[in-house]
Design a protein around this ligand. Structure first.
Ligand code: ZN
Length: 72
């Protein structure tokens, strides 16, 4: 028996079956909850990727954009 830790709630749980990939969640509830969270995070993750190289302040601070527009 292998003790695993749930990727959702962090609770230790015992792997019931040795077949297939190791489960990451202690219960179906946790699995569903993480699926919901992933969906909520996805836009932010995508935005981070699209914005690669730019700083958070440069993206959100209007003054930074103004400097960039009128700087050169
Ligand atoms: Zn859990």
């Amino acid at each position: 028996m292998t003790t695993l830790y749930c990727a959702c709630c962090g609770r230790p749980f015992v792997r019931t079956s040795a077949r297939g990939p190791a489960p990451r969640y202690c219960s179906q509830d946790c699995r569903l909850q993480m699926a919901v969270r992933r969906r909520a995070w996805a836009p932010w993750i995508e935005a981070g990727r699209a914005d690669n190289g730019r700083t958070e302040t440069g993206r959100t601070d209007p003054a930074a954009w103004g400097r960039r527009a009128f700087g050169s």
